[in-house]
Ligand binder design. Structure first.
Ligand code: CMP
Length: 138
């Protein structure tokens, strides 16, 4: 069935000028953009968004990285969206990511890994609602 996932192009990808290339690859892979914006998260936003990681040693570094500059947030629609999008972006660590995946092409490291993709339908809905009002999703 057609369903949705949530993504963010992370500050390192924006800084390096990759917005156009990444959105092009997302579209070319069959995902329809149903919400889109550039925004910058506050520390408090990032702490809340990544709350599940708060006991991890990299939590502080993650919050600093995700707030260092703007992100591009989007909601994407496709058959089997969550799983197919995680395949498209590749492994968390770009060194382990498959050839041709977004992280293989654009990510610098496991921390600065260029792009986010929701890990479940439930989290896709929570993360979309965190960044977008109902009237901003089409
Ligand atoms: P993502 O999987 O989208 O969400 C959690 C993020 O934490 C991950 O992307 C990376 O940006 C970051 N992260 C994961 N593992 C590490 C790590 N070992 N060191 C630093 N950052 C990490």
């Amino acid at each position: 069935a057609n369903n949705r996932t949530f993504t963010m192009l992370k500050p390192d990808a924006i800084e390096k000028g990759y917005i156009g290339a990444i959105l092009e690859q997302i579209n070319a892979s069959g995902f329809r953009i149903v919400a889109l914006k550039m925004t910058q998260m506050t520390k408090s936003d990032a702490q809340t968004f990544y709350e599940v990681h708060k006991e991890r040693p990299f939590y502080g570094e993650l919050v600093d990285y995700m707030t260092q500059g703007p992100i591009v947030a989007a909601v994407l629609e496709k058959d089997n969206a969550v799983e197919d999008f995680r395949t498209l972006i590749g492994a968390t660590n770009p060194e382990d990511a498959a050839e041709g995946t977004i992280r293989k092409k654009y990510a610098a490291s496991i921390a600065e890994n260029a792009i986010h993709g929701s890990d479940s339908d439930e989290n896709a809905a929570i993360e979309s609602a965190f960044h977008f009002a109902g009237r901003e999703m089409f």
